[in-house]
Design a binder for this molecule. Structure first.
Ligand code: ADP
Length: 264
């Protein structure tokens, strides 16, 4: 459904993603695992269409930056970017209108209730604690209910209740047939029902395995992660997207935007 094909993204001389290839199967939950700086956010921002890159990304065969593809993809960024002068409820209504949603009021109530923001509706963006900002960031991302949802470190900064609620919500989305990509650098945080894991390190895909392949090999995700990232014998699990021929010299620099600024 969503195909990332040989995507390379450079920031100056730094290769943030190096010939990255993987597929998100419809209705599956893929965990994008990797240490800090592995290139997880960069590939997610490339998929959602914020960055320029070499290679191609398609959604149902359509180029990811087209309006048709964008319509079915949603993104929850790692860091919230809220409007200081809009209240919680105004943020939600603003997003609902931007996505031309109808009958959104109940859905807004449901999300604010589940993430314990119902009593904060009238608070302004800059009056919220960091955790509350993270929760509003989640509610904003979940509101449009897209078929494909990309979540960048969604559990970061959440309190235990919100973590539990988000895990439940993710499982419900999975049951409903959504296609989900969740990035994390914390292995323990992905004990929910994932279907496939893509492990990245230093911009490259080091492993791409299904849950049954890992379990069939009698391994835990943690075993695999350390085997792959510490260079110990990863041969017993299937790897994809790690074609040694991809380890070519970097091509010329394409762009060099400041950190955190999406390219429109
Ligand atoms: P991760 O999400 O796995 O922590 P990132 O995708 O954020 O990794 O970063 C991958 C690499 O790209 C890192 O070396 C990081 O410093 C670099 N990088 C990310 N964003 C920018 C940027 N906007 N400008 C320059 N370098 C960047």
């Amino acid at each position: 459904m969503l195909d990332v094909n040989h995507v390379t993204k450079k920031y100056g001389k730094n290769i943030a993603c190096n010939d990255v290839t993987f597929t998100l199967e419809p209705g599956s939950l893929t965990v994008l695992l990797g240490p800090n700086g592995a290139g997880k956010s960069t590939i997610i921002k490339s998929i959602i269409g914020f960055l320029k890159y070499d290679g191609s990304i398609t959604v149902n065969g359509i180029e990811n930056k087209t309006p048709a593809a964008r319509k079915i993809m949603g993104y929850i960024p790692e860091l919230p970017s809220l409007y200081p002068t809009l209240t919680v409820i105004e943020h939600m209504e603003f997003i609902a209108r931007a996505y031309k949603m109808t009958n959104y009021k109940d859905r807004i109530e449901m999300l604010l209730d589940r993430f314990e923001l119902s009593d904060k509706k009238k608070k302004f963006g800059d009056e919220l604690s960091k955790g509350m900002q993270q929760k509003l960031n989640l509610c904003i991302g979940l509101l449009p209910d897209p078929d494909i949802l990309l979540m960048d470190e969604p559990l970061l900064g959440l309190d235990p209740h919100a973590i539990k609620e988000l895990k439940n919500y993710i499982e419900e989305m999975r049951q409903a047939g959504k296609t989900l990509l969740i990035s994390t650098h914390i292995i323990d945080s992905v004990d929910m029902l994932w279907d496939r894991t893509v492990i990245m390190q230093e911009g490259k895909v080091r492993a791409n395995v299904s849950r049954s392949e890992i379990e069939g090999a009698g391994k835990s995700l943690e075993d695999l992660f350390f085997e792959v990232t510490e260079g110990l014998d990863p041969s017993s699990v299937k790897e994809e997207g790690t074609d040694p021929s991809s380890e070519k010299e970097p091509e010329e620099v394409k762009d060099d935007e400041p950190k955190g600024e999406p390219e429109k």
